[in-house]
Ligand binder design. Structure first.
Ligand SMILES: Nc1ncnc2c1ncn2[C@@H]1O[C@H](COP(=O)(O)OP(=O)(O)OP(=O)(O)O)[C@@H](O)[C@H]1O
Ligand SMILES: [Mg+2]
Length: 345
């Protein structure tokens, strides 16, 4: 089962493909002071980093966790910038063998940051190598093969691992314990997303009216990545069908074309919610039945549509199946069914 929502054809997907990640790099805040929102994590990090700088030492290993698109990679780069050091980037899936990790570790320079993205996907042997490297700043490199093979212990200079994960719960406890600090990123509120949008518009060299920024922010699902993507779509609309200005009318018209509604629901989200309310009387209904009703795979409904519907309090998951909340009816402009009149009473 895919563990996150990376559907590039979906304008409100929280994940991103490689092309989009490249475009995102230009919009990344470079320093902590430029990073919008996440006041708690920013505060905590500032202390950790400045204390380490003051002592002239590499800080503890740092773990960043939270859903896709909230700024983990951005913060990892910022950490290196604040420390005035360089960053080496790799990821769990990129490390196939323990030897790959040993090679990276043994080439680290003093004080460098090693950014390990998707650290929960690291293979077990690499993980074990990492424990030792993080704790004792040592790596055992095996030289040769067969009976003549020799393990040579290499001492590593002090360095800092910055790990990122969307699934902190999947990290084995021994690995989690080797991080001196864990920052949990939260969804952004609309006002923070508005600030992200204004900043991005400036970098893209387009003029974004405040009302338009507010409108886009409200539909961005608490996620800067989605906000930036919607901004690009609004810019397209303004350029092709509007007069180039990113005002409220342009924002609304563009988001209507892309079928992103005022809560940030897209066509699939609304189809699922609509089927649940109108065809199944608000449930409870099983996932498979619901998926058939909207012509999708159960997996798609479960991983792509449901998490946000549940988070928004539009839908609930119960042991007997999916249920719609009163807010779902309200959002779809439907009358709430009378408690006494449902099929199951
Ligand atoms: N606090 C922020 N202020 C401004 N822009 C932000 C902020 N957080 C994220 N962004 C923007 O959102 C985009 C996605 O951020 P980033 O790549 O850091 O997310 P991520 O948490 O690493 O996601 P993933 O889990 O998919 O790797 C980037 O373009 C970044 O510029
Ligand atoms: Mg990332």
């Amino acid at each position: 089962m895919p563990d996150e929502d990376v559907a590039p054809e979906r304008v409100v997907a929280s994940g991103a493909d490689d092309v989009e990640r490249a475009a995102e790099a230009a919009l990344r805040p470079r320093r902590l002071a430029e990073f919008v929102g996440q006041r708690v994590v920013r505060d905590q990090l500032e202390l950790v980093l400045h204390a380490a700088i003051g002592r002239g030492r590499a800080p503890d290993h740092l773990l960043l966790s939270g859903p896709p698109g909230l700024g983990k990679t951005t913060l990892a780069m910022i950490i290196a910038a604040e420390l005035g050091t360089s960053v080496r980037v790799t990821s769990g899936p990129a490390i196939q063998h323990a030897g790959d990790l040993a090679a990276v570790l043994s080439s680290l320079e003093e004080g460098e940051v090693l950014f390990l993205d998707e650290i929960h996907r690291l293979a077990r042997p690499a993980e074990e190598l990492l424990y030792v490297a993080m704790e004792d700043f040592r790596v055992d490199v095996v030289v040769g093969k067969g009976p003549g093979a020799n393990a040579i212990g290499l001492t590593l200079p002090p360095f800092t691992v910055v790990g990122a994960t969307t699934r902190a719960g999947l990290l084995p406890a021994p690995l989690r314990d080797r991080f001196g600090f864990t920052g949990h990123l939260e969804f952004y509120d609309p006002d923070e997303l508005r600030q992200v949008l204004v900043r991005s518009a400036g970098l893209l060299g387009v003029e974004l009216e405040v009302a338009a920024a507010v409108e886009i922010a409200g539909r961005s699902r608490g996620t800067p990545r989605i906000a930036n993507r919607l901004l690009r779509r609004v810019r397209d609309w303004a350029q092709v069908r509007g007069d180039g200005r990113l005002d409220l009318d342009a924002a609304r018209a563009a988001l209507e074309v892309y079928e992103v509604d005022v809560l940030g629901l897209d066509r699939l989200d609304r189809a699922v919610l609509g089927a649940l309310c109108e065809r199944f009387g608000g449930g409870p209904v099983g996932l498979t039945t619901l998926a058939v009703a909207v012509g999708e795979e159960p997996e798609t409904v479960e991983t792509v549509a449901e998490p946000f519907l549940v988070r928004e309090g539009l839908m609930g998951r119960t042991p007997r199946g999916r249920v719609a909340t009163p807010r779902a009816y309200e959002h779809l402009g439907l009358a709430t069914p009378d408690a006494g009149q449902t099929l199951f009473d």
